[in-house]
Design a protein around this ligand. Sequence first.
Ligand code: MTE
Ligand code: MO
Length: 372
Amino acid sequence: DPYADDPIRHPALRINSQRPFNAEPPPELLTEGYITPNPIFFTRNHLPVPNLDPHTYRLHVVGAPGGQSLSLSLDDLHKFPKHEVTVTLQCAGNRRSEMSKVKEVKGLEWRTGAISTARWAGARLCDVLAQAGHRLCDSEAHVCFEGLDSDPTGTAYGASIPLARAMDPEAEVLLAYEMNGQPLPRDHGFPVRVVVPGVVGARHVKWLGRVSVESEESYSHWQRRDYKGFSPSVDWDTVNFDLAPSIQELPIQSAITQPQDGAIVESGEVTIKGYAWSGGGRAVIRVDVSVDGGLTWQEAELEGEEQRPRKAWAWRIWQLKAQVPAEQKELNIICKAVDDSYNVQPDTVAPIWNLRGVLSNAWHRVHVQVVP
Ligand code: MTE
Ligand code: MO
């Protein structure tokens, strides 16, 4: 069993698949704090978790022509200036279970929890690339990452991001060795992973073994044959992965974590809570909440760290205290967020349905019963 050596996990996680391990925190724990504690941070593994020795670990960085290749130990990485940043990581498949209610999709049935936030620390990728002699001379180039996890044929997990993002110090792309002040847990990439603020989880390669600059995107399955969006009309007979761009920045997203669908709440003051986040460093400027199925709207209060313009890498937790009269029988709660480019979420799922169930960001809806 290639999974026999996987780490022990927190019992509160909701498991979507055991081998490989995929799990999300329950909604009430997800937004309990602004930072997600390491043991309940959502986990998305495609393969068995490698068991790497931090003393013999080396990160191979392929040098630029005329530059030199690097073989960096963990100590070597610690010698680069340490950079810290709070980043929300979201899987492209977050909220897929709502899409599969419209029509069958291929993929894990994530609810609203394939998203979490941590304070990451490590070396800046631009500093490491510069030491290997790389400059931003070819703005069409890509930085390819390879993990040290692999399938029985020896194929490793891989992904890539544009070189322009990797070399931009303002983009704050990290080779992270710390998560919330601790060494990375095994499930989250020990000893080193990539953190790409504002970009889909799939590019945050864990158990990082190799970094190279290429003229093309990574040839990995997960870069070329997965994590792309399509029209609702495209099915598995007609899909052409070569024609769609790989998902990088993610669209505006929000969800309700409290109360949960099907709950019973008491009339009077009802607390409604959730998260909101947008990709590409776009800040959340507003979350609108309705308790009457979208007839009327109220603005939620945004909590958590202030967001920096163009560098809003982390989510906002939001809250609304709604007054619910005793004669009310039910609430149809909806939330929708707006980012600072005035991007909004689509109101329903069907028009954004796609065969792989990615980019599921329609208005989130929760139905609850009210008791006096
Ligand atoms: N890196 C490696 N090496 N192997 C993987 O399976 N999964 C990716 C990404 N990096 C993956 C990986 C995907 S799809 C996501 S959403 C994130 O890791 C999840 O990171 P987490 O498990 O720390 O939440
Ligand atoms: Mo993912």
